[in-house]
Write a protein that binds this ligand. Structure first.
Ligand code: ADP
Ligand code: MG
Length: 404
């Protein structure tokens, strides 16, 4: 699960992490009120969407010369104008795809006098079973590009969760960022606080880009501040973080994926035209592979789980068909926990209810498979039966080609 920048910053602040002051706003009036609470003279109005690249993003409704989704404002009037231009409009960034995302929330924050922009992130490295802490002096820009063309500018520090965050990890971060004196100490402290937040909140990923060093103030003191952050959480751990779960913003998620989660279906939309309904993640992966092997592309990943009831199968059909790109459906179900005849009943009932308009190939295997096939054959529906996975994939690809 992802959350907005302002929410992530509020969470991090509880761990002592330095963030610029700021307030969220849902309306133009709230944005101006938010700015009034800040000291000024520089404000930053930031679009809150679950995607990065906002600064360089473009609003669909505004011309190509209009400013992007992160704007510096020098007066309350400018804050008002920016809020008016951003709220309700669609921001397209490198991470949103062409459709973009509608901006429904803003974050109005203190303008910071930036001396340097750094990069810092943490994620669960499944290969090592450890937390990877990634830092670079090249923050603020496209980190993928830095990793690609100048990989030596990226340092990875691994932390064994059994050992925890040690002082040497903090020193390694400060060294990689080439910081001296007080800033060096700040980097050590900050990286420890971030690790504590990462573990305590069961994060999957925490990215700070940029982490900034401020220009020295009148007394010569500079600070490290988190200027932008992205945070995502392990969905399986959310049950123990009710406060984090409450931050979910479903308007930012794919509506079909939200609906699928309500039925406890694991659904992920993909780019192809063959809808898949499968039980078990492994079988779903294999089904997608074999569709590709036959020259077509899956429209989704969908795991209906072990107990595929009629209700679930119907919901799954509706979700698959809500995708206008779907030109055929392949059902591949292994009747283990559920018997094939019960699944067949579910498929027939669901196909009738949704008024199936695209070819449907069904491959059933497992307990009571003969009974199941009989039910499909006698249903009066144009269901194409398949004997095995290879046969099923060939048939659905052929059916879709024929229908085109
Ligand atoms: P995104 O990564 O989505 O483009 P950021 O929050 O990183 O959004 O903002 C983009 C750039 O805007 C930053 O790299 C930084 O240079 C500038 N910026 C963001 N927030 C502030 C701020 N509070 N004060 C000054 N500059 C800012
Ligand atoms: Mg950023």
């Amino acid at each position: 699960m992802n959350i907005h920048e302002y929410q992530a910053k509020e969470l991090l602040a509880k761990f002592g992490v330095g963030i610029p002051a700021g307030h969220a706003a849902l309306t133009v009036e709230e944005a101006v009120e938010a700015a009034k609470k800040l000291p000024g003279p520089l404000y930053v109005v930031k679009a809150q969407i679950h995607a990065g690249g906002r600064g360089k993003g473009k609003f669909k409704e505004l011309g190509p010369d209009a400013k992007g989704g992160v704007r510096l404002a020098k007066t309350l009037d400018d804050v008002k104008k920016d809020a008016e231009e951003m709220l309700g409009n669609t921001l397209v960034t490198v991470q949103t795809g062409d459709a973009g995302k509608q901006v429904n929330r803003l974050y109005v924050t203190d303008g910071v006098d930036i001396a340097e922009e750094y990069y810092l992130s943490m994620l669960v490295d499944r290969a090592t079973g450890r937390v990877a802490l990634i830092v670079s002096t090249e923050g603020g820009m496209d980190i993928e590009e830095v990793a690609h063309s100048t990989p030596e500018k990226i340092t990875t520090i691994t932390i064994d969760p059994a050992e925890g965050f040690m002082p040497h990890h903090g020193r390694a971060v400060a060294f990689a960022l080439k910081l001296d004196g007080d800033l060096n100490k700040q980097a050590q402290k900050l990286s420890k606080q971030l690790y504590e937040a990462f573990m305590a909140l069961d994060c999957e990923m925490l990215e700070i880009n940029p982490l900034v060093e401020t220009k020295p103030d009148s007394s010569g003191a500079a600070n490290l501040l988190v200027l932008d952050t992205k945070m995502s959480f392990d969905g399986n751990a959310l049950f123990r973080h009710k406060d984090v779960a409450a931050l979910r913003d479903e308007t930012e998620e794919d509506p079909a994926e939200v609906e699928a989660s309500e039925y406890d279906l694991a659904y992920i939309k993909l780019d192809g035209n063959i809808g898949c309904m499968v039980n078990g993640a492994g079988l779903a992966m294999a089904t997608m592979d074999i569709i590709k092997l036959n020259g077509a592309f899956p429209a989704n990943f969908l795991d209906v789980g072990g107990g595929a009831t009629t209700e679930k199968v119907t919901a799954a059909f509706k979700i698959i068909l809500s995708d206008p790109a779907v030109e055929g459906i392949l059902v591949n179900i292994f009747g283990g926990i559920m018997k094939c005849d019960i699944i067949a009943d579910g498929i027939v009932a669901a196909a009738k209810e949704v008024n199936l308009s695209v070819p449907l190939v069904v491959r059933l295997e497992g307990t009571n498979v003969e009974k199941g096939k009989e039910i499909l054959a006698n249903s009066g529906l144009p269901i194409v039966p398949a004997d095995d996975l290879g046969d099923a994939a060939k048939k659905i690809v052929a059916q879709v080609k024929e229908a085109a």
